[in-house]
Design a protein around this ligand. Structure first.
Ligand code: FAD
Length: 437
């Protein structure tokens, strides 16, 4: 069977079989129960941003392209309100209260201490600091984030599963082509206007360039695996595409068309191998950010549910830590002369890809495209910004480390959901293998 892959995953020391077993038995079931929790199911996104590269020509007319919006009341209060701001103001209040008490009780004896506690910076200076903090953080980002965008809205991901929508043809091809042609590194010697690199030519690229290509190709393979696994079974059930009660399920011949060597000029299995590669990249990012993620509060305003979420995350991270062969990002950007330039280009290229998502003509594909590229961007930030490189000995981070490990809620939500998508793809691949058998 062409999708019965084996051997080592490219650029890694780990075997495909190891990932299959680890994912299907340990990771996939845990993620399935984690991602239905409130903290992870509401994603804030602006789906109305105009395409910055060309005029937005195509709108998908199919009903299944539409994103169902969720009512204001459905969104947990702790998510709607800016919980970090709320928490920060609680911290400030507590510190003011403390200052007052100290003032009252031991005014005479602790002047020195009071001076320190009362030390405040002017409002203007504070605003300036916030601006510079945001600027510093933005430099590390591999994507533009919608979290503070006025036009961003919450979407309930459970109401809008990623599946076949019928989005195809010139619009979809234009997106993939610009991703591969304009934003991926290309073999210089064999430059051609065919946007899709043949796997045999990849050895003409350096490691960082190959890694970039493989993560994009892996993401592409994952999206296409999903639409095959969740296909609108119109023919089998005699339903039309406009039937509101459309039935969804695996479509084996569509999967074969997209990935068998015969119909893809031998490339299909390589694309599937890239799916395993991007899985390992995100897995490593989760492991690396583990101490920070364990320390998050996953605040939604519902104590019982937040506790469940924290326990589920802890359990997931524990299992991830046990994985024997993590992707080793320290092998990248080592060449002193080129490292900075390559890292800069890597980041710029990836940012462009996240902006291309605003050109996707099908609303639901845009939603999942944005979420998955943001999740991947967050993984790259964790791996390559240097801010997560320190080994943390104590589980609870002090205030200083916490600042350095700053991730916005949307980054965490997108990272875990994006990893959930890759995990599901690998799981579904196994279903297709069984069917082919
Ligand atoms: P495409 O998938 O459009 O691929 C174009 C060309 O890319 C292929 O001919 C091949 O040469 C090359 N290629 C294919 N796969 C790979 C790979 N893994 N690595 C490298 N090269 C490759 N459709 C849905 O039904 N549901 C969705 O949720 C959805 N989400 C999408 C999200 C985004 C961001 C985009 C751009 C598209 C999405 N689509 C979705 C559309 C879907 O991905 C395909 O574009 C569409 O089904 C048409 O498929 P195709 O067979 O013409 O080849």
């Amino acid at each position: 069977c062409f999708c019965q892959l084996s051997g080592k995953i490219d650029e890694c020391t780990c075997n495909i079989d190891t990932v299959d077993h680890f994912n299907n038995v340990k990771i996939y079931p845990r993620l399935s129960s984690l991602l239905v929790k409130d903290y992870f199911r509401f994603y804030k996104v602006n789906l109305k941003r105009p395409c910055p590269f060309w005029s937005d020509d195509s709108k998908c007319a199919m009903r299944y392209c539409r994103v169902e919006s969720c009512g204001e009341d459905d969104i947990p209060p702790g998510i709607k309100g800016d919980n970090r701001m709320a928490k920060r103001s609680l911290e400030i209040n507590a510190s003011e209260k403390y200052t007052r008490e100290v003032n009252e009780d031991c005014e005479a004896h602790h002047n020195e201490m009071l001076d320190y506690l009362n030390m405040t910076i002017s409002e203007e200076a504070q605003k300036e600091l916030v601006k510079w903090d945001a600027y510093d953080d933005a430099l590390d980002n591999f994507c533009d984030i919608d979290e503070n965008d006025q036009d961003a809205e919450y979407v309930d991901l459970l109401l809008n599963p990623e599946r076949y929508t019928g989005y195809a043809g010139p619009s979809a091809h234009k997106i993939w082509q610009s991703i591969y042609l304009e934003n991926c590194f290309r073999p210089k010697r064999s430059f051609s206007f065919n946007p899709y690199i043949q796997s045999g030519k990849l050895n003409e690229l350096c490691l960082e360039e190959r890694v970039f290509y493989r993560v994009i190709s892996g993401l592409h393979a994952s999206i296409n695996t999903h639409l095959c696994a969740n296909y609108l079974l119109s023919n089998a059930n005699g339903m039309s595409f406009t039937d509101p009660k459309g039935k969804w399920g695996p479509n084996l011949s569509e999967f074969q068309r997209r990935f068998s060597p015969e119909s893809t000029n031998g490339e299909g299995p390589n694309w599937l191998r890239n799916l395993y590669f991007v899985y390992l990249v995100e897995l490593r990012a989760l492991a690396k950010a583990g101490p920070y993620l364990e320390d998050e509060e996953y605040f939604t305003g519902n104590d019982a549910s937040d506790w469940d979420t924290r326990m589920a995350i802890k359990d997931l991270l524990k299992v991830i830590k046990q994985f024997p062969d993590h992707f080793d990002e320290s092998t990248m950007f080592r060449n002193v002369e080129q490292a900075e330039r390559l890292k800069f280009e890597f980041k710029q290229h990836f940012r462009n890809i996240t902006r291309i998502m605003d050109c996707v003509g099908c609303e639901k594909c845009r939603l999942w495209g944005k979420l998955q590229t943001q999740g991947l961007g967050t993984a790259l930030k964790i791996l390559f910004s240097g801010k997560f490189d320190k080994v943390i000995q104590n589980r609870r981070l002090d205030a200083h480390n916490k600042k350095e490990f700053q991730l916005q809620r949307m980054e965490i939500v997108s990272l875990v959901n994006a990893f959930g998508r890759l995990s599901t793809s690998i799981y579904k691949l196994d279903d297709f293998r069984q069917m082919l058998r």
